[in-house]
Write a protein that binds this ligand. Structure first.
Ligand code: PMV
Length: 322
């Protein structure tokens, strides 16, 4: 009744921001993401009938804050499989946790993969996505390979998540400029709910989102980097416009984030195939063609306020370790 799985964070090009139903963590919009390699979460799950409750240990520390959500995720899986044993979950990240690097996405993807294997259960992909989603809205994307589409659907889970390109189909590089290793102050769930309730841009964001998603899929199919670059930056800035126009305003950027953004735009203007995206934290992710990776890495390293630069390529979805 024990298994270990690894998973990687993902970064969305067409962003998810807003929940249609917060109780079941159903996104209000779809999203298109890149599953990364290079950053890894490794999670072991051990079920034991003797355990009184689920226990969560993150990076060597008992984590009572994460416990209820992890337990909810495991409850869904237990209900599906028909077992009641509680579990000890031990998880390690080799990158900063809770700092806008999608450690919750990789964490819940690895959790679901390990727990399913530990229970010896055969659970359909859509159901696994649904269980991972209870942990984090972006976690289903980390269950899948390469370039991943999460679309809303009329089916029972309300969404469908699948890979639209394998890592080798269109090799892209993602250079992460880390501007702080500190935990973020407003969670994405809190931020999304604040935006839905108070931002005058929110409705427009939801209405215009499907067209952005459709166009992005076309650009991926055509391997049109320039068109995808322009659209992705716009989706990112639109998401932040919604966050910033919330009450109270949510500004996830630091000065260094903005400086990195301007530097990426300069590089792009001078002909480098690169664009940026930013999530609910101050880190900047630069997406580029592999031949530009060294140049983009060097440019980010030189930026004042950047404490670390991480190099990623496209990676595979969560998988069990032998
Ligand atoms: O999965 P959550 O609840 O942490 O939400 C992630 C939201 C963003 O990272 C800001 C955007 C996205 O689509 O990944």
């Amino acid at each position: 009744m024990q298994a270990t799985a690894i998973a990687h964070p993902n970064v969305a090009l067409i962003k998810y921001w807003g929940k249609q139903d917060v109780a079941i963590n159903l996104p209000a919009v779809g999203s298109l993401s890149l599953t990364l390699d290079g950053l890894t979460t490794r999670t072991s799950v051990f079920f034991d009938p003797e355990f009184a409750r689920d226990e969560v240990i993150i990076n060597g520390r008992l984590d009572e804050q994460a416990q209820p959500r992890v337990a909810r995720c495991l409850d869904m899986l237990r209900a599906y499989v028909g077992v009641t044993d509680k579990a000890r979950v031990t998880t390690e990240n080799d990158f900063p946790t809770g700092a806008g690097l999608a450690s919750s996405a990789s964490g819940y993807a690895a959790l679901v993969a390990a727990a399913t294997d530990a229970l010896g259960a055969d659970v359909p992909a859509d159901e696994l996505d649904l269980i991972a989603r209870i942990g984090s809205g972006s976690a289903p994307r980390s269950l899948h390979d390469g370039i991943v589409l999460l679309e809303k659907s009329a089916g029972p889970t309300g969404m469908h998540c699948y890979s639209v390109a394998a890592p080798g189909d269109w090799p892209l590089s993602v250079i992460v400029a880390v501007t702080t290793r500190e935990q973020k102050s407003v969670s994405s769930t809190g931020g999304m709910e604040a935006s839905r309730a108070t931002s005058s841009c929110y409705q427009r964001w939801v209405e215009t989102h499907p067209a952005d998603l459709r166009a992005a899929i076309e650009h991926v199919e055509q391997r049109d980097f320039e068109a995808l670059a322009e659209l992705s930056e716009r989706s990112c800035l639109k998401m932040h416009a919604v966050a910033m126009s919330s009450d109270p305003p949510l500004v996830y950027w630091s000065g260094a984030t903005v400086d990195c953004m301007q530097r990426i735009r300069e590089l792009h203007r001078s002909g480098t195939p690169v664009f940026f995206t930013i999530d609910a934290g101050p880190q900047l992710k630069a997406i580029c063609l592999p031949e530009a990776a060294d140049q983009v890495h060097a440019a980010m390293t030189e930026m004042p306020g950047v404490v670390e630069v991480l190099d990623c390529r496209l990676g595979y979805g969560a998988r069990v370790e032998a």
